[in-house]
Design a protein around this ligand. Structure first.
Ligand SMILES: N[C@@H](CCC(=O)N[C@@H](CS)C(=O)NCC(=O)O)C(=O)O
Length: 367
């Protein structure tokens, strides 16, 4: 099997021989996106193996062979490696249509779900990362447990050196994430998000009813780590105990059977989440997008009295354009059905002004 995989990798490096009849999810401990993807595969009952390859990205082995530069990587049954969870999830919808889908049939509701997921993937991640690497106690615990998860038993001296290197790398990144007012802004956002979720889960099992949607998995990925990391977890347990358990439960929802709720049920509880999308996520995404367009490294954005320092990130630039395209792809009737909600929650201007990108943005597709 190994020999076959190597031979086929030499001929076509992106594809190894089909390992079996199931997906192989290559992910890692402490990786919110890996756990998001695993929860999705479990909920959708798509046969898969969960694999933590030896070594971290770039350290040789299968992840290096897949050469995506990010985790998780999903190996399809045909042997192809693909990455980037949001496009992967949409691709799995196309490959396995109608089977425990996480995308509501109502395309306007599907857009709301995507907006909330994007907030999880692109903003909640920063709050998680800020707290994870924010002080020595968090760094020590998080680096140790993550590296043990990747490497298993190791010589103490080697292990200490690895932890030190990893911590240095992560804290350097964290300094950028939490610069200036960003830390205070992220903490305010984290608490507001927990409050909105805690209110929601008192009325509904999931964001749009009795079954999880893309929105749930986006939030779940980051919250799964907030539940573990010391400081994030302390805030989480204190502020949102139901959501804490919601996170544990969504880890494996393969037995959940349910349907979407009518709008009259979900709308009052989803509105506060969308208000956070409009208040924090889309303005920050727009600022990052603008920085990329203008070729500047960093721009400022004032939100709720905090002056955020926002880096231009090409991925975020694409995210905004993809959301705008999704809005524009709706029929007028579909747009009208959520225009009021998106306007009240401050989301509308960021979507309706259309793709402002001068730079080319490819269609959303797995990497
Ligand atoms: N948009 C990507 C983000 C994936 C991502 O950023 N993964 C992190 C780990 S959780 C990563 O691979 N970072 C690169 C690194 O640590 O070198 C997705 O949804 O899959």
């Amino acid at each position: 099997m190994q020999a076959t995989a190597e031979a086929s990798a030499a001929a076509a490096p992106m594809v190894t021989a089909a390992p079996n009849d199931r997906y192989r999810l290559l992910g890692g401990p402490g990786s919110p996106y890996s756990l998001k993807m695993r929860a999705l595969l479990r909920y959708r009952r798509l046969p898969h193996l969960w694999i933590v390859p030896r070594g971290y990205i770039g350290a040789g082995g299968e992840l290096a062979e897949a050469s995506k530069g990010i985790i998780p990587v999903l190996q399809y049954p045909d042997g192809a490696y693909r990455a980037d969870t949001t496009p992967l999830i949409y691709d799995l919808e196309r490959r396995h249509p109608g089977v425990r889908s996480v995308v509501p049939e109502d395309r306007a509701v599907a857009l709301l779900s995507h907006l909330i997921e994007d907030m999880g993937d692109e903003l909640l991640v920063s709050a998680m990362f800020d707290l994870r690497w924010g002080d020595e106690a968090n760094q020590r615990f998080c680096a140790t447990r993550q590296m043990y998860g990747w490497l298993g038993p190791a010589e103490p001296a080697d292990f200490s050196a690895i932890i030190e290197r990893f911590t240095r790398r992560q804290t350097k990144q964290r300094a950028q994430v939490a610069a200036g007012d960003n830390h205070a802004g992220l903490m305010a956002f984290y608490e507001a998000l927990l409050d909105a979720m805690e209110a929601l889960v008192q009325h509904m099992p999931y964001v749009f009813g009795d079954r999880p949607a893309l929105a749930d998995f986006g939030l779940y990925g980051q919250l799964s780590q907030c539940a573990i990391d010391p400081s994030a977890s302390a805030i989480f347990r204190e502020r949102a105990p139901r959501t804490y358990q919601w996170t544990q439960s969504l880890d494996d929802a393969c037995g959940v059977e349910g349907d979407w709720a009518p709008r009259s049920i979900w709308e009052p509880h989803v509105r506060p989440l969308l208000a956070l999308v409009g208040q924090y996520h889309l303005p920050l995404l727009q600022t990052s997008h603008d920085a990329v367009e203008q070729g500047v490294q960093q721009m400022e954005r004032l939100i709720e009295g905090h002056c955020w320092l926002v880096h231009g990130q090409r991925y975020k630039h694409k995210c905004l354009v993809w959301l705008q395209r999704e809005w524009q792809g709706l029929t007028l009737a579909e747009q009208d059905s959520v225009r009021g909600l998106l306007t009240e929650t401050g989301c509308m201007p960021f979507l309706a002004d259309g793709p402002t990108a001068q730079l080319p943005v490819p269609e959303m597709a797995p990497l």
